[in-house]
Design a protein around this ligand. Structure first.
Ligand code: F6R
Length: 245
């Protein structure tokens, strides 16, 4: 039984604007909301729209808390390809958020196991995630939950697949050797516990995996397929990513 609502927007920009409306509705009704955020190319139009809404006075970030999906292992927050740097650069530096209320996994944690448990505890203390934003990898990964024989439950350390490192080398001077081999990511269980999930996919290179994820069997080899079982998941596609449906 598929519960997902699928919205097809014309362009990546209109997909971003559509997602921004969901965020605005939440932020206007729940000032202390918890936003689960993602990095990568896909959310950039959404973040631009949220910045514009903040500048127009439509949304206020001053009491909002955020938790990010993942971070590369071994990268410091100052590293330009770290996800902390990405979030500051693409959203937090441009809105009235208190950075002390923004949480990104610590890629330099000495005791990763202990850190992962703390991260789960932090999400719980914040009251759980109101909207979790997701992109999708070509192999169906969400966060950095790669295809596997099971769905990982909580925040954990994970090895990145060759496909993911290949896709992300564009951010590392095109050199796969510079792409970290491991990351810390929320688990599938962490994502599924969010009260609402918004997955955005844009571009024709995502068309096949979108079809497999939302119209194929639920299978840990296609991690995003679990979202078929989420009661409040909105999938926002542009026309190209919807091209195989
Ligand atoms: C990013 C993340 C990843 C990306 C996915 C798609 O925080 O968790 O799952 O959402 O790799 O990346 P883009 O949007 O660059 O195609």
């Amino acid at each position: 039984m598929i519960h997902n609502q699928i919205i097809i927007a014309k362009t990546p920009e209109s997909a971003g604007r559509c997602a921004a409306q969901h965020f605005r509705a939440l932020m206007q009704t729940k000032p202390y909301c918890v936003l689960g955020l993602a990095t990568g190319s896909t959310p950039i139009p959404l973040y631009r729209e949220l910045i514009a809404m903040n500048q127009r006075g439509e949304i206020d970030f001053s009491t909002v808390r955020t938790v990010n999906l993942d971070e590369y292992k071994g990268l410091s927050p100052e590293h330009e390809q770290s996800y902390r740097y990405f979030m500051n650069d693409n959203l937090f530096n441009h809105v009235n958020i208190n950075k002390a209320n923004t949480f990104v996994p610590n890629g330099l944690a000495a005791d990763v196991g202990a850190f992962c448990l703390e991260y789960e505890k932090k999400i719980e203390e914040l009251g759980g995630i109101d909207i979790q934003l997701l992109g999708i990898g070509h192999d169906g990964h969400i966060g950095f939950n790669e295809p596997d024989s099971f769905f990982p439950k909580i925040t954990h350390e994970t090895q990145l697949t060759e496909m993911t490192r290949e896709a992300n080398k564009r951010f590392f001077d095109g050199d796969i050797g510079k792409v970290p081999t491991a990351a810390i990511t929320m688990g599938i269980g962490t994502v599924m516990a969010a009260r609402k999930v918004i997955l955005i996919a844009t571009g024709k290179d995502k068309a096949e995996i979108v079809k497999k994820s939302f119209f194929g069997p639920v299978d840990p080899q296609v991690p995003a397929s679990i979202l078929q079982l989420h009661k409040n998941c909105v999938v926002i596609l542009d026309e190209e990513a919807a091209g195989a449906l």
